[in-house]
Ligand binder design. Structure first.
Ligand code: MN
Length: 505
């Protein structure tokens, strides 16, 4: 069965506290959602501002494959604003729960029903596709809700939606009222679930199992309060879990991770590391038992393969490490220690792990270096020249000269400070050649005083989502940062070269 994906990242998602997007950003997200394969995009709430209208106009004119929808209360001026934006599909809503009727709308049930019918008829008279939502449906009187759905269907609505506005439904109740809505309206039913109790995706899936054809979802589950059902979790659960029936969507799942990160960057909301599907740790392993299992067969500790959602798995070592995981991690960098050397490396790793420290591939490589001797690890990128200038009344500026695999490159750039300028200049070169970007930069002071030692940790990422981190310690913040950056680039390029060789051979 095909399930319709109605994405409301640009409407409910934008109602996340602290989020506001410019029209250009909304357009760029709409394009990403369209590439991802969503069926409908709720582009915004036209009546709220001029900027919102401008954004929706840009999106309706962008010639996207997805249907474009706008939110409207059951009032003519809201619907007119939607029409003015070039929309031919509206999502109109009025609350039906007694608590909303009494304290927010100050209306009787019959008055609200009359407004709903009037709005649906008005929209249909203007040639619009109309999806009607009974706001706070899950806390509404069940008989009244059925009456509302049946009346709006008679008034000409094309679709009805069940919003679990405050995330108050259980999966069982969602199934029951979905069946009610289908019986009462005989229309395609959508479910719009919120995550106040962490049940948004479960409730949405329950609605689908009960016969709903569509779910309202957002990228990364953003939205008001605890957010909405997350698109990536909903789609992957439907597609991968052992339900009796087979479900499919139009989503290109390989683009999920990329889209998640794109939206996260633009809206400024980071994704929690343990978030399903798109969180940093969703395909990361540390424990020796797990890494050993993964190396024998990834299905032992991964329910789906990370490639399916556009990701790669990563492993790190620590006190839970085992010989197999360490050997596999080192092999990624072309380092092949003997059995005895591996034992020595493992002892060191466990020693550091027992001190409560976390060991990145950087430390692991430097431990391997110690035991195998320098030259065990190849360097592709060499820093051959470098200078910065900074001061007051002048823009910090950097000059960098790199030798990459035998060829010289020169890069210059400005920045907000000398470190930024230096890293920008490096990225100008590596950005073109290896598409490597800085993902995280962290600076710590190790000792006190102006001659303090500083420690720089850098995480770099290439275009395929491969990540590598590097750490450098020194007296000069700028030089130490540059060194860490070059180390990080070397690691990621080494990984890439080895991968290419493997594919080639
Ligand atoms: Mn909502």
């Amino acid at each position: 069965m095909r399930v319709r994906i109605f994405d409301t990242t640009l409407r409910d998602g934008e109602q996340t506290p602290g989020v506001a997007l410019s029209p250009e950003k909304k357009l760029s997200i709409a394009k990403k959602l369209d590439d991802l394969g969503v069926d409908a995009i709720e582009a915004g709430f036209p009546i709220i501002s001029d900027g919102e209208q401008q954004a929706i106009k840009l999106i309706t004119k962008a010639n996207l494959s997805a249907e474009i929808c706008g939110l409207a209360r059951t009032s003519k001026k809201d619907i007119d604003a939607a029409i003015d934006c070039g929309l031919n599909y509206i999502h109109t809503f009025i609350a039906t729960s007694d608590i909303h009727l009494q304290y927010k709308l100050k209306m009787t049930r019959d008055e609200a029903l009359a407004k709903a019918i009037e709005a649906v008829e008005y929209g249909k008279a203007h040639g619009l596709q109309v999806e009607f939502s009974a706001e706070d449906a899950t806390r509404s009187d069940r008989e009244f809700l059925k009456r509302v759905f049946s009346e709006v269907a008679k008034a000409g609505a094309d679709r009805v939606d069940i919003p679990d506005t405050v995330g108050y439904s259980t999966p069982q109740y969602m199934a029951q009222i979905t069946k009610d809505a289908i019986a009462a309206s005989k229309l395609p039913v959508s479910v719009h679930c919120h995550n106040d109790f962490g049940l948004a995706v479960a409730n949405a899936i329950s609605g689908i199992h009960a016969g709903a054809q569509c779910a309202h979802v957002t990228i990364n589950g953003i939205g008001e309060r605890a957010g909405n059902a997350s698109l990536e979790e909903f789609v992957m659960a439907l597609q991968c879990l052992p339900f009796e029936q087979k479900w499919e969507t139009g989503i290109k799942t390989k683009l999920l991770y990329e889209t998640s990160r794109y939206v996260s960057n633009l809206v400024g909301i980071t994704v929690q590391p343990n978030k399903a599907i798109v969180g940093e740790n969703a395909f990361g392993h540390e424990s020796g038992i797990h890494t050993h299992g993964i190396l024998s067969n990834p299905l032992t500790y991964e329910p789906i393969s990370p490639e399916l959602v556009g990701r790669t798995r990563w492993m790190q070592v620590g006190k839970h490490a085992g010989i197999h995981g360490i050997s596999a991690m080192l092999e990624e960098y072309g380092v092949k220690p003997s059995e005895g050397q591996l034992r020595l490396i493992l002892d060191k790793v466990k020693g550091i792990g027992d001190q409560g420290k976390h060991i990145t591939d950087v430390e692991l490589l430097s431990i391997a270096n110690e035991i195998l001797g320098e030259h065990a690890i190849k360097r592709i990128v060499q820093l051959t020249g470098f200078s910065v200038s900074t001061g007051i009344g002048t823009m910090p500026y950097a000059f960098v000269k790199l030798n990459i695999d035998g060829t010289d490159y020169v890069g210059t750039d400005y920045g907000v400070g000398p470190v930024d300028a230096a890293l920008n200049a490096i990225q100008k070169i590596t950005g073109e050649i290896a598409k490597v970007r800085v993902k995280e930069y962290k600076l710590d002071s190790i000792s006190g005083g102006s001659a303090a030692l500083c420690e720089v940790t850098i995480k770099v990422e290439d275009a395929f989502g491969n990540m590598s981190s590097a750490k450098s310690i020194g007296e000069d913040i700028v030089t130490t940062s540059v060194q860490a950056m070059i180390d990080g680039i070397n690691r990621i390029m080494l990984k890439k070269t080895l991968k290419q060789k493997k594919i080639g051979s």
